[in-house]
Design a protein around this ligand. Structure first.
Ligand code: FAD
Ligand code: SIN
Length: 531
């Protein structure tokens, strides 16, 4: 613990960490009930949400119904979903879509004025509302516009949350089994002044997104380093199911590009077919749903084909569709591929699996409450029980909305009972200095990404996991020591959080002595009857 006055101190009713769909929708819902501070580590729009392509799932028209959406979600989740949670999220979807429309989001419609519903892997009906192939960008645009104009919300861009404040900072012993841990706010690095501010809050919402950037090949932006998960774990909150890291089957094979550009699953719903480099089909060997099987199955099938045949990629073929239709539904993908010399109406798209979505995370109940009092979590950093061992495509934007809503309702009901904790000391950086060389941070980040990709990818083994953990422990000790003697900086904090996230993925993978959903271990190839 560090204690010395260096910077400013602010007080808010609600502190929201993260400006993706979860953080923004929570902020908008509580803004009528107190002062809100919304912090985000970069610009407001720099989020995973902005990258979402395919869309958001919701039962909209017959012959679809709630039972089908529930069944598809449970099916994908391989026995680990909480059915009560699944029913809540599916049933609330239409109301949340309505809210998004009221906030100014546009979804594509057909000529007769009905929503144009796409289909993705694992869905038994067309139920994906979308805005062309850049749905997340459209949602982020709409929500960001009203956030910027809301007088009750102080938006602090370029502010990086470093640690949650709990009794630990008052000098008390805090452990993971204490039921009375309180969150008093967060220590936040102002990236412009390079000072750590103390932001005290009655209620804190963690909405920091996933951990895809701990892998080398990922669809996630580089800032998806699992900061919220790291902070909550260090504050002794519960984190679960981290072994269920979802790899998207089809990211564009373009080795020099990071993040990998996503080729939406909706393209397979549209009729895209997976093929080997020689043009032969392979998905029929793995699942009767072929190219439209759930992601875990398709990603593993592609991984197996690539390894068996020594290929660097497989193809996704939409050349049998009309150019006009391709451009209408997937204008951004069309342009992106063209920019690297591939006309997808005439040539097949080279694709590879990429780390994409964190199914596990900060454990929350159905009101989005974490195991730390006054701390909520929503969106990709949380683990609600919806996704189980494998997330159904396009269920995550929806989950973020439903849980931000549940958190807002609970926080509004309870905020009257909370006061600020004035005893919280300011951040202390006495005795620290600027790290001697940035390479100490950048090289460790590269090593982490390599370890995770090589040993903790789509297919795992006991030996690979052990190797990964042994290597990660070295990085962990080096980085903690560097952190203790360094002035706080974003790259160092991100590295620390990413190592924490990698550690949790490996530990949870080691604890699961079976293969289930997204977690496949060749030493335990079967799924246990109960888990
Ligand atoms: P994010 O949108 O990731 O936002 C996290 C926020 O937290 C950011 O503002 C970030 O700056 C901030 N933050 C993080 N750490 C800190 C810190 N230490 N201090 C301050 N701020 C911090 N899902 C679907 O349902 N449908 C789709 O079609 C879909 N397509 C996708 C396509 C791509 C390419 C990707 C990468 C994901 C896709 N997903 C999709 C998943 C979905 O986009 C994410 O799960 C969702 O947007 C996460 O929202 P969020 O609010 O939880 O977090
Ligand atoms: C996609 O468009 O394929 C991504 C959908 C998702 O991740 O839910």
């Amino acid at each position: 613990m560090r204690t010395k006055d260096t910077s400013s101190r602010k007080k808010y009713d609600f502190l929201v960490i993260g400006s993706g769909i979860a953080g923004l929708s929570f902020a908008l819902k509580v803004a009528g009930h107190g002062r809100v501070c919304l912090i985000t580590k970069q610009k407001l729009e720099e989020t995973n949400t902005s990258y979402a392509q395919g869309g958001i799932s919701s039962v909209t028209y017959q012959p679809d119904d709630f039972e089908k959406h529930v069944a598809d979600t449970l099916n994908a989740g391989a026995g680990v979903c909480n059915e009560e949670v699944v029913r809540m999220v599916v049933n609330e979807a239409p109301e949340q879509i309505d809210q998004l429309l009221k906030w100014g989001t546009h979804f594509d419609k057909t000529k007769d004025g009905k929503f144009d519903l796409h289909r993705e892997g694992g869905h038994s009906e067309n139920r994906i509302l979308h805005h062309k192939d850049n749905t997340g960008f459209e949602i982020q645009r709409a929500l960001s516009t009203i956030i910027r104009n809301n007088p009750n919300i102080d938006l602090l861009e370029n502010h990086f949350a470093v640690e949650l404040i709990t009794q630990h900072h008052l000098g008390e012993m805090v452990n993971r089994w204490r039921k009375d841990i309180q969150c008093y706010g967060a220590y936040v690095l102002n990236r412009t002044t390079n000072k750590v501010d103390t932001i005290l809050a009655k209620v804190t919402m963690m909405a920091t997104g996933g951990v895809g950037a701990v892998y080398q090949v990922t669809t996630n932006p580089v800032f998806a380093t699992g900061d919220g998960i790291g902070m909550v774990y260090r504050a002794k909150g519960m984190v679960e199911n981290m072994e269920f890291m979802q790899f998207h089957p089809t990211s564009l094979y373009n080795p020099k590009e990071r993040p990998s550009f996503l080729i939406t699953e909706a393209m397979r719903g549209f009729g895209g077919i997976l093929k080997r480099k020689d043009g032969s089909l392979f998905m029929h060997k793995y699942d009767v749903r072929e190219s439209l099987a759930p992601r875990d199955i398709v990603a593993r099938a592609i991984d197996n084909e690539m390894k068996t045949h020594g290929d660097d990629f497989v193809f996704l073929d939409v050349t049998h569709k009309s150019e006009e239709e391709i451009k209408k539904h997937f204008p951004n993908i069309f342009q992106k591929c063209l920019s690297i010399g591939i006309d997808i109406s005439k040539q097949m798209i080279p694709v590879v699996p990429a780390a994409h979505y964190t199914c596990g995370g900060i454990k929350v109940d159905m009101k989005a409450r974490t195991t730390i009092n006054r701390l909520y979590a929503a969106g990709e950093c949380s683990s609600t029980g919806l996704h189980g061992a494998n997330r159904l495509a396009s269920n995550s934007l929806l989950e973020a909305l439903v849980y931000a809503d549940a958190a807002a309702k609970d926080a509004i009901n309870n905020i009257g009972a909370y006061t600020f904790c004035d005893k919280v000391p300011e951040w202390n950086d006495e005795g620290t200095s600027i790290p001697e060389e940035m390479v100490l941070i950048t090289q460790s980040k590269k090593e982490l990404e390599q370890i995770m990709t090589t040993y903790v990818g789509i297919v795992r083994s006991n030996l690979r996991l052990k190797r990964a953990l042994d290597r990660l422990e070295i990085l962990y000790h080096e980085t903690e020591s560097l952190f203790q003697r360094s002035v706080v900086s974003e790259p160092l904090c991100e590295l620390r959080n990413a190592i924490q996230a990698g550690y949790l993925i490996i530990k949870h993978a080691q604890q699961r002595r079976e293969s289930r959903g997204l977690h496949y271990n060749i030493d335990y190839p079967n799924q246990l009857e109960t888990h």
